[in-house]
Design a protein around this ligand. Structure first.
Ligand code: TRP
Length: 455
């Protein structure tokens, strides 16, 4: 079967950046920043990006581009007859899990975009009202599932168009749109009267708040935000052409992803400060963008309701865009795996993944309502999937990727791939190998042990 490639360099970068930029940046990053004390957390996060994120991203790009195959086949090609292929298979499972629950939250963003468009928040003033809207919706047995199905089908629609005409074309449209929207929102937010203390929260580090759990959370967030540890970027890199400079692409994706996360922080904290809403710990949970923020938008422009309207519509549209380019990337991991390993036509394989994710996703959606009592290890189905995927599967996957690239793989092959067979320089190569061998795996081990309270 002829494999497709991204048609242009910028298309490849935007697709990878589209995968990385998502609810992880706009929903999860501000939550983690808020919980872990603001600027100090951000500094630790940036260290994690450099020490863990960049080396693993380069390794994933290298493995994917070299083998030009889905993530499980990639390990089979590089390490035939060894158990390394299970690293790829673990990734495929993780992709399926993450897509299923991620699409639930993505579905909520569609509902909220509709609420914003139809101006349903007008006249609401108290937190209790916003809470009621959210809880009524999330615990409804039907609507969250409907939006979930809608969102997975939207993803499906892009996937079946293929790599260049689907993923690449849509990323090229959606990513610049996202940049513009988010830029406008930051400008609005920081220029609101009273926004200064929110800006300060993002900029003035208070190191007394940094402890081992801050570091662990920052690492988890780095994996999640950069789409690392499950072969997502490995799969995308299999569509890169031979001339793509992997190190440069890594740097570009990391910069875009980090900038967007920081910008999301500069939207949310200043807006909250301006509304004099006073973020309390209970606001800085998963409810931040669905309860606190609509309230903030509503209060922030007291005398100018039209601005409240525009602000909230733009914000939720932006979330949809960001989430869509991410769900596409998770779907692609599973679709390309099934289609290449079981010799299925791409459309059929996409349909199987879509159906499976919808079924599992419905259980996740219901775990906020009728199934909220169904618990395993004290967690609902949604929480269990989120916890297992981001705290266990991604770090374990990332650790094995680092071990594979640092210890197992032939160095010359690695170097050839990073230098495009000698046509670009890689002065960082020895440092990279050192980090992959001795730093990345051990740091990750610390995260995992930390998750079990052993560290
Ligand atoms: N990185 C995306 C975000 O920030 C989510 C995502 C896409 C992801 N693909 C992934 C997370 C693979 C983990 C693994 O929202």
């Amino acid at each position: 079967m002829e494999r497709e490639n991204f048609g242009s360099k910028i298309g490849a970068i935007l697709a990878a950046a589209g995968s990385a930029v998502g609810l992880g940046n706009i929903w999860r990053f501000p939550i983690e920043t808020g919980r872990n004390g603001g600027a100090a957390f951000i500094l630790v996060y940036i260290c994690c990006i450099v020490l863990l994120g960049m080396p693993i991203m380069m390794s994933e790009f290298m493995i994917g581009r070299h083998t030009q195959s889905n993530t499980a086949r990639a390990y089979q090609k590089l390490a035939p007859g060894t158990p390394w292929k299970w690293v790829g298979r673990l990734g495929v499972f993780t992709g399926f899990f993450i897509l299923s629950y991620y699409a639930v939250v993505a579905g909520w963003t569609v509902e909220y975009a509709c609420l914003a468009i139809f101006n349903c928040f007008r006249g609401m003033t108290t937190r209790a009202e916003f809470e009621k809207v959210f809880n009524d919706f999330a615990s409804d047995p039907v609507m969250p599932a409907v939006w979930l199905i809608f969102f997975v089908l939207l993803t499906h629609f892009v996937i079946v168009r293929g790599v260049a005409r689907g993923i690449e074309r849509w990323s090229k449209i959606l990513m610049p749109m996202l940049f513009i929207l988010i830029g406008v929102l930051v400008a609005c937010s920081v220029s609101m009267p009273g926004a200064a203390s929110g800006v300060e929260f993002m900029l003035r580090p208070d190191f007394s708040k940094v402890n081992s759990s801050t570091v662990l959370n920052a690492m988890g967030q780095a994996f999640y935000s950069l789409s690392l540890g499950m072969g997502c970027l490995c799969t995308y890199a299999s569509y890169f052409d031979r001339k793509t400079n992997l190190a440069k692409t890594t740097l570009q994706v990391v910069i875009i992803d980090t900038l967007i996360a920081l910008m999301a922080g500069f939207i949310i904290f200043p807006a909250a400060a301006a509304a004099n809403y006073g973020l309390t710990p209970q606001d800085i949970g998963p409810s931040l963008i669905f309860i606190t923020l609509p309230n903030v938008f509503q209060q922030a422009f007291g005398s100018l309701p039209v601005l409240s309207y525009v602000f909230s519509v733009m914000f939720y549209l932006l979330l949809i865009v960001a989430a869509l380019t991410s769900t596409i990337s998770m779907h692609e991991v599973v679709t390309s795996y099934m289609s290449e390993e079981f010799n299925l036509p791409r459309k059929r394989s996409a349909l199987v993944e879509t159906t499976l994710s919808i079924v599992l996703g419905i259980f996740c959606a219901l775990s906020f309502g009728v199934m909220s009592d169904v618990k395993l290890f004290g967690m609902t189905i949604f929480e269990l999937l989120d916890w297992t995927a981001s705290n266990i599967c991604l770090p374990v996957g990332g650790m094995f990727i680092a071990l594979f690239a640092g210890w197992y793989l032939d160095r010359q092959l690695f170097r050839d791939e990073l230098t495009n067979r000698g046509s670009v320089r890689a002065p960082y190569f020895r440092a990279l190998i050192f980090v992959l061998r001795y730093i990345t795996p051990f740091l990750i081990l610390a995260v995992i042990l930390g998750n079990f309270g052993l560290f």
